[in-house]
Ligand binder design. Structure first.
Ligand SMILES: [Zn+2]
Length: 126
């Protein structure tokens, strides 16, 4: 992560393993990795399959659907870049491919917990 003068939140520093994921983000595409040998999907940034240990991985577009695995609402300032967003949420989404990703959920800030559906989530990159 590197600080940026214009954008106050932390930005990632893509490396050789994660660069494809972040290039997809720029195109508003959610990419995950898939093992060519056993077809297991996995979160971005892996160098080998956690199931069969193959290093033959490819990038694929996620379906874009999933469910909220867990989330929390932040009411304290942990980083100055998020100060204007308090309260904001932070959570983990489980994609239909079985991959769990850290995220924040947008356009639900005004809804109560009971209104937030935990299933049938459409996952997009904004
Ligand atoms: Zn595998």
């Amino acid at each position: 992560m590197t600080p940026n003068d214009e954008y106050k939140k932390l930005l990632p520093s893509p490396d050789n393993v994660s660069r494809e994921f972040f290039e997809g983000v720029k195109r508003h595409e959610l990419l995950i990795q898939q093992c060519v040998s056993c077809e297991k999907h996995m979160s971005p940034g892996r160098m080998q399959c956690p199931l069969c240990w193959s290093r033959d991985l490819k990038w694929v577009k996620a379906k874009g659907t999933g469910k909220i695995y867990t989330y929390s609402v932040m009411h304290q300032k942990y980083h100055p870049g998020w100060e204007e967003d308090i309260p904001y949420n932070f959570g983990i989404v489980e994609l239909d491919e079985g991959v769990r990703l850290h995220t924040n959920f947008v356009e639900i800030a005004e809804k109560s917990d009971k209104e937030v559906k935990r299933n049938d989530l459409n996952v997009v990159i904004k």
